[in-house]
Structures are given as C-alpha cells and as structure tokens.
Design a protein around this ligand. Structure first.
Ligand SMILES: [Ca+2]
Ligand SMILES: [Ca+2]
Ligand SMILES: [Ca+2]
Ligand SMILES: [Ca+2]
Length: 595
C-alpha cells in the first residue's frame, strides 16, 4: 500500500511524457465508427423486451412495448389513456432493441464499411440509454436471450469476481465480439464509472441496511434514515448533478475512490476485455469510451489506462473530457478525446453559418487545428455530425435554412421531413466528413436518412430498408398540422456513406494521408483538396454555390493518367494534363487516381 502511494507520488512528480501520443492503435487511424443505441437499433428477440414493472414501476398497467415502425407522433392505446404530456410519454417508451439485433446486423455494418462499432452503455439499467447502471459486470437483461434468468444473476451478484457468472446476455455479447472480430471490425463500449443508478446492487444494500451495510463507504451518505420516523426518509447521499437517480461513488480528500470501489471497477474492466478470462482477448472489447472522466482523479485514470493496455495493447481509450485534447492525452493517458473541434468547424461552415463564413476562413481554421495535433491524433480524432444529445443533422440543416445565420439556437425546431435541398447540403457535409482527415463517426440511422429534433426526437427507432413505416404526422406536437411524411430508408444517403466508406478501405490516402488544398475560391464557392499517401491520391471537389461551376485543375502527374469516379463507375480520361468538368450546384465529386 505504501509502495503504491509512493508510486502515485512519483507519477505526479514525473515530467509529462508524450509516449501516449504515438500510442493510438493503428486500426483507429482513419477508422469509420458507427454509434449504436441498442434499445433503438433492432429488436430481434421479443421475449427479452422490457416489462412494465421495470419501466413504469407498476406491473398492473396497460403499458406496452412500442411497435417499431409506428408513427413517432401517434399515441398508442396505453398512451391515449394517459394525461401526462407527450414528452413524458416518450420517456416511458421502449422499443425492445437488443444485442441480438446488433449481432444480426453485423453484415449490414460491414457492408456499410464500418471499422469500429461504438455501443452506448450496455450494462443493466432501467433507462433507455443505460446511464445509471445497476451493475458494471452484466449486460442488460433486455439485450440477451433469457430475461428472467439474467435478472436473477444481476440482482444477486456482488463484488467478488470469482462468484460472477455469465448470463445469456454476457455470452451473446461475447459471441458478438468474436463475430465482429472475424469480420475485422472493432467494438468499443461507452461507460460511466463515477456514478451508478439507484438500482445498483451495492446502493440497494446501503439503502436497505443503512449504517449496517457492508457498502456504506462506497457512497457519500449525507444523512442516515431515522428508524423512529417510519414515514419520513431522512436518508440522503451525494449524487451526480443533484439527481437522486444517480448516486456518486465516494471520494476521499485526495479525490480517490474507496479501494473496494476501485477494485470493482478494475475487475469489471478486466471482465469485458477478456470475457472467458483465458488471457486471449478475441472475446473482449477493443476499448472504452468514458463519460464524466473529470469526476475521478488523474492517478486513477492513469492506472486504469495502464490496466486496459496491459490487457490488450491494441485497445483504445476515449475520454469525454472537455479539455484540449493534448492535455487529456498527456495527463490522463487516454488515447483520444471524444470532443473534436473539427465537428464544430464543419457544422458551422456547412450548416449553422452556411454562406456567411468565407471558405478561406474555414480552411484557415482547419489548418490551425491540424497544427495543434500530431498527425496520428489528427487522423484518429473522431468527428460527428450529431449524437444522442443533439438533434439529427438532417433536422439541424432544415432548421438552419429557415433561420439562416442563427442555426438552431433559440428556436423551437421544426420537426418536418427535410426537403431535397436539405439533403443536398447533408450529402455535401457527409462527403466532407468522410473524405477530410479524421475518423468519422456515424450516428445510427443518419445513413438511412433519419431526421428528428432535440432529444428524444433524435433517438427514434432505426429506419430499416426491410420495414414499411407508418407515415409521420405532426399534429401531436404541432396542433392543426395535417402534414404526413413518407418515412422510408434513404437509399441515396446510404450509398453516399457506403461508397465513400468502401473507398476509404481501399485508399490509405483517405485514412491516413495528408491533405492539400487545390482550390479555395471564395467567390465561386468552390473547394478542392487532395488526400495523398505515397502514390495513392484521392481528389475531392465541392461546389457550395447555387450555380454550376466549371472546374479545372492540373494534378501534375507525369502522364495523362485515368481517374475513377466511385459514384459513376466509369473511368475518366484526363484532357492532356488537366482534370476538367462542370460541377452542379450544391454537389461534390470524388476522383481517385488510377493506380
Ligand atoms: Ca427485444
Ligand atoms: Ca434491463
Ligand atoms: Ca425515517
Ligand atoms: Ca478470452
């Protein structure tokens, strides 16, 4: 123990080293990520669906799992019987998506060109997003094959890893990992370790046994219950963001967790990185994305990151910490920071400040960002157009056009289906995201054309090609509106993603190559850049204007080589030494130099 403290002091005194900077795993450089919220992705097993008791706290209830392809704004029978506002009903909705569904859709993801699957939390929790976990060592009982049996393990197992069993959900997850690895895809899970849910096993014990609980030093109790007053609960505790649903784990004056809690987190970390415990990590996850990193201490994260890398040297760790990336990477030893300034820059230029920021200004900001990071970090940094806390990109674009220059701030978002111009802008932005340096992350359903405003309209059930969806009506949220929108898989958007992702697989230039601007024309609103890696070259041309624009560049090749347009599947012969063509308004073209 003393030795450990000494080690920690030494670590604190050591000058900041930069070894972590070069430690981004090779597979993560330029990878295509895909974020899945399992509850909303695909429901393959209806027998594991959530039950009324866990969702609304009452089993004598007409509550039901929602039909997948129903109109989002239409109330089902049980919802008609409620007086709560529609937004509260949405919080009680469950669609029954599960990990069997993710397993079933691995081929879809492979075909889409996904390299790494990002799963939002999967540990047992009654909530939609699985924040506020009931355990860190079991998959949710609504994600596996046997809801009731899985539940009994979740309810009874405590912190001794030797007594931990594998539930059907845990085993299914392990199968999913093996299968993904065989298809050369990685799986990273999101987790929060600084707080849990009220159903967390140790917290339940504490709530019941109070001072007698074995776990009383796991949490920060502010006052104990007074047994003399059976009608009043005096018990109170420190919780995350003052929300009683999320008890915080206790920290001492130095910011360190109680040792037993730390051991539990470390044992849970080991479990998911090598599920059968045989020392071979093919059945384990490929990394972690951690929320609320700043809640826990720097030494904790350094030690935890070291544990992760000792288990699997190719694993990645991602922090949500909002500091500058190099700071977190150096001090906390994470590989990456989720918050990538590139996401904001492209949202500003393509969407919220569209037409207001000169292209040259955008390019200057992009180059500034590049200079701040090592090349490895720059190409591995994850960019996102939307996430579980923001409106869908399609809806942000549609609303920005209604309120130019003001983005979506201060407006109640129009929920309507984006029109064809919105989609053109969305495709331009997507082409940029998938061809500019960085690692794009797709939020489930952006590739199939999903739209929706602020939470929870952004987490509608996934739009699949094989389902027929009810048309979307808006009268529930926009009284008097009689509009009905077709809701179906957007094949054109899907192909934009699929073709460019597949192009990334074949062209190292798009994954790890450098980037040079060839045309930055503020007047014509034409942008061209080229990604290069050795002799591999990919050229990207964009026309942001509402006019057709004639493009001419001289790529400087020795011979008049051919180029390939992945969207046209025909070779393109250079006119002597020039690439010449006309680009339609709000459109782009990608050309690959033929080897
Ligand atoms: Ca299910
Ligand atoms: Ca559950
Ligand atoms: Ca009492
Ligand atoms: Ca193993």
């Amino acid at each position: 123990m003393r030795y450990q403290n000494l080690m920690i002091s030494l670590l604190l005194l050591m000058p900041v080293t930069s070894f972590a900077k070069d430690a981004v795993p090779e597979w993560a450089k330029g990878a295509v990520w895909y974020m899945i919220l399992p509850e909303r992705f695909r429901n393959i097993n209806p027998t594991n669906d959530p039950i009324a008791k866990r969702v609304v706290g009452n089993s004598n209830n007409d509550w039901q799992v929602h039909p997948w392809a129903a109109d989002w704004y239409k109330r089902q029978v049980w919802e008609e019987n409620r007086s709560e506002p529609f937004s509260e009903l949405l919080a009680q909705r469950r669609y029954g998506g599960d990990l069997v569904g993710v397993f079933e859709k691995l081929l879809y993801l492979k075909d889409l060109g996904v390299d790494a699957i990002y799963l939002t939390p999967i540990f047992e929790s009654p909530s939609i997003e699985k924040y506020g976990a009931s355990t860190f060592h079991h998959v949710d009982n609504n994600f596996g094959l046997s809801r009731e049996e899985d539940w009994s393990a979740i309810e009874t197992e405590k912190d001794n890893p030797e007594e931990w069993t594998l539930t059907s959900g845990d085993e299914l997850f392990s199968d999913l990992l093996r299968q993904a690895h065989e298809a050369d895809m990685r799986v990273v899970i999101e987790a929060v370790f600084s707080y849990c849910g009220r159903d967390f096993w140790a917290f339940k014990d504490l709530e019941k046994n109070q001072q007698q609980s074995k776990y009383k030093d796991w949490f920060e109790v502010l006052s104990w219950d007074n047994p003399v007053t059976p009608d009043t609960v005096e018990f109170s505790y420190k919780c995350w963001q003052d929300n009683k649903k999320f008890p915080l784990f206790r920290k001492d004056a130095h910011g360190f967790l109680t040792k037993a809690v730390k051991d539990y987190i470390f044992n849970s970390t080991r479990r998911w990185m090598d599920i059968d415990g045989d020392g071979i990590t093919v059945d384990g996850i490929d990394g972690w994305s951690i929320q609320q990193v700043e809640d826990l201490s720097e030494p904790f994260w350094r030690e935890w990151n070291e544990l992760v890398r000792s288990l699997n040297s190719k694993a990645i760790t991602i922090s949500d910490f909002a500091g500058t990336s190099s700071e977190v990477i150096d001090r906390y030893d994470f590989n990456l920071v989720k918050d990538n300034p590139l996401s904001q820059l492209m949202m500003d230029f393509f969407v919220t400040r569209r037409g207001q920021e000169p292209l040259s200004e955008f390019v200057r900001k992009l180059n500034n960002l590049k200079e701040k990071n090592s090349n490895d970090i720059y190409v591995a940094a994850i960019s996102q157009l939307d996430n579980l806390t923001t409106p869908r990109i399609a809806t942000v674009i549609a609303n920005s056009r209604e309120h130019p220059g003001d983005g979506v701030n201060g407006h109640s978002l129009t929920p309507f289906k984006p029109d064809s111009t919105d989609r053109k802008i969305q495709r331009l932005l997507t082409v940029f995201q998938l061809t500019y340096p960085g690692s794009p992350m797709i939020t489930y359903g952006d590739e199939s054309g999903m739209w929706g405003g602020r939470y929870p309209d952004n987490i509608k059930p996934m739009l699949w090609k094989e389902f027929v969806y009810e048309r979307e009506s808006y009268a529930t949220v926009r009284p008097g509106v009689t509009r009905l929108s077709e809701n179906r898989f957007d094949l054109r958007m899907f192909n934009t993603y699929r073709k460019l992702n597949q192009l990334r697989l074949k062209n190292a230039a798009l994954r790890v190559g450098g980037c040079d601007e060839e045309i930055v024309d503020d007047e014509k609103k034409v942008f061209a850049y080229v990604r290069r890696e050795k002799s591999n070259e990919v050229w990207v041309f964009m026309n942001f204007s509402n006019e057709p624009q004639f493009i001419k560049v001289t790529p400087g090749w020795k011979k008049n080589l051919k180029v390939i347009d992945p969207f046209q599947l025909k070779k393109f012969r250079l006119d002597k030494f020039d690439i010449k063509f006309t680009l339609k308004p709000l459109s782009s073209r990608v050309l690959v130099k033929k080897k």
